[in-house]
Each structure stands twice: as structure tokens, then as C-alpha cells.
Design a protein around this ligand. Structure first.
Ligand SMILES: Nc1nc2c(c(=O)[nH]1)N[C@H]1C(S)=C(S)[C@@H](COP(=O)(O)O)O[C@H]1N2
Ligand SMILES: [Mo]
Length: 251
């Protein structure tokens, strides 16, 4: 029990016992009121209209988190960029979906979006989109990072006709590696379809002819050698999420 700072208690004082009795009566009352309030609060929470399985307070929290996440992805929240001279050659990390052969000349990108007819895109089509360069940190979830200069088209420019969907799924031509991404991250200005690295055309082991690079996710989402892009309202499968990593893999 908390005592007022100016109220001194002397245990030899005959009035001590009386004071204590009075106090415990008071604290018993306080506790009772507290318990009643807690019970009323609990009943109130239980009677709030629910949405699906998520109870009211949790649902409010999720809605709050969603709003917070949305506000993260405004153009003003860009990852830091570095001077071009700081760019280094990144290590080749991961060759899932890259072990089968590929002829870059006959490469095509397959694009599907809901009921929309599937279409085939060439590298020339991508090269016609506004070219963007960025020197940013390439961060692997394993704990290393390296500054790289990338060139490509914004996925946002490529996906202009598909922004109503909730997700983008990307896969290698052989389906051996695949990633899922939420639409706000896909539309982030630093999410690029890259065809060049450090001033050179992309090498095969770094994802030629076209790879994803994004500053809002760990490297696991930056899929190399994209063969297929699907715009969808269902959360797309993700190679590393299926192996225990966080589906969002956000930075
Ligand atoms: N197709 C494909 N893309 C991939 C991977 C992979 O195994 N296969 N590994 C990812 C991981 S874990 C990282 S960190 C980056 C590494 O890109 P880099 O090899 O160009 O450095 O690619 C990502 N994209
Ligand atoms: Mo990685």
C-alpha cells in the first residue's frame, strides 16, 4: 500500500492499529471497486461487434498497424542512397531457380493479373520504361550488407495497370525460386526491375536478364532471373517464408 509522503507511521503509537484497520477497510473498498470495473470492462470487450475471429481490441490494433505500415511507404520514406563510388561487387548469394539453363535472347516475362489476359513482355519493353539508378544497401537476412549501384525500371511504372491488386508474386522461369510481396512495397519508388549492376549489364549469377531489387525488404525478396509476375489478391507463396522466415521480411 502506498503512503502519502507527509504521513508518518509510528508503530508504537496506540493509534497505529486503528489507523491500519481504517486503511485496510479503505483498500478493501478500493479493490472491490477495481474488480467491479475490471469485470465491467471485460464484459464490454466481449460484447463489441467482432470481425471474423479477431476480438475487438486486437482487431483495432491490427487496423492501427496497417495504417502505420501504409504510412511507412510514402515517397518521403526512402532508404539512404550513397555516392556511386562507394558501390562494390556483391557476393553471389543463392542460386535457387538459377541452375537450369537460360538463353537471355529468347527470354520473355509472363505477366498475369486476375481476369486480365496474360501477356508476354520483352526486355526491350522494360528498357522503354523510365530508367532509374540508385546506389543503395543490399542487405541479406544472414547479416551482411553491401552498397550496390543498380539500374532498371520502377516496378511501380511497370505495374501501373495493376495497382488495385493486393499482392505481387514473382517466380524464376523454372519456378525454383519465388517471392510474394505486398502491393505497397511493390509500388515503393525504390523497388526496381533491374537489368544493370555497377554500370554493367547484369551477369547471369546476379539475375540476368531481369531481377528485382528493393530497399524495403531483405535480399531474400530481391528475386534474380524473373520469369513470371502475377498480380493477385491472394498472398502469393514465398520460397523462404515456406522455410520459416517472415513472409514480409521488411526492413
Ligand atoms: N532466383 C533467386 N533469387 C534470389 C536468391 C536465390 O537463391 N535465387 N537468393 C536471394 C538472396 S537470399 C539474396 S541475399 C540475394 C543476393 O543477391 P546477389 O546474389 O546478387 O548478391 O538474392 C536473392 N534472390
Ligand atoms: Mo539473403
Amino acid at each position: 500500500m502506498r503512503r502519502k509522503p507527509d504521513e508518518r507511521v509510528d508503530e508504537d503509537d496506540p493509534s497505529f492499529e486503528r489507523t491500519m484497520r481504517r486503511r485496510s477497510r479503505r483498500s478493501f473498498l478500493t479493490m472491490g471497486i477495481g474488480a467491479a470495473a475490471a469485470f465491467a470492462g471485460w464484459k464490454w470487450l466481449r460484447t463489441r461487434p467482432g470481425a471474423g475471429e479477431v476480438p475487438y481490441p486486437l482487431r483495432r490494433m491490427l487496423e492501427f498497424n496497417e495504417k502505420l505500415a501504409e504510412s511507412y511507404f510514402t515517397d518521403s520514406r526512402l532508404a539512404p542512397t550513397f555516392p556511386r563510388e562507394m558501390a562494390r561487387e556483391p557476393r553471389v548469394n543463392g542460386d535457387e531457380g538459377l541452375r537450369s539453363g537460360i538463353d537471355p535472347a529468347s527470354w520473355r516475362l509472363n505477366v498475369v493479373g486476375g481476369a486480365r489476359e496474360a501477356r508476354t513482355v520483352t526486355l526491350e519493353d522494360i528498357l522503354r520504361l523510365p530508367r532509374v539508378e540508385m546506389t543503395t544497401e543490399h542487405k541479406c537476412i544472414e547479416g551482411w550488407s553491401v552498397i550496390v549501384n543498380w539500374a532498371g525500371a520502377r516496378l511501380r511504372d511497370f505495374a501501373a495497370a495493376y495497382t488495385a491488386y493486393r499482392y505481387v508474386g514473382l517466380a524464376t522461369p523454372d519456378g525454383g525460386y519465388y517471392v510474394g510481396m505486398d502491393m505497397p512495397s511493390a509500388l515503393h519508388p525504390q523497388t526496381l526491375l533491374c537489368y544493370a549492376m555497377n554500370g554493367e549489364p547484369l551477369s547471369l549469377e546476379h539475375g540476368a536478364p531481369l531481377r528485382l531489387v528493393t530497399t524495403v525488404k531483405y535480399g531474400i525478396k530481391s528475386i534474380k532471373r524473373i520469369g513470371k509476375i502475377a498480380f493477385t489478391d491472394e498472398r502469393p507463396p514465398d520460397f523462404w517464408a515456406e522455410r520459416g522466415y517472415d513472409w514480409y521480411a521488411g526492413l
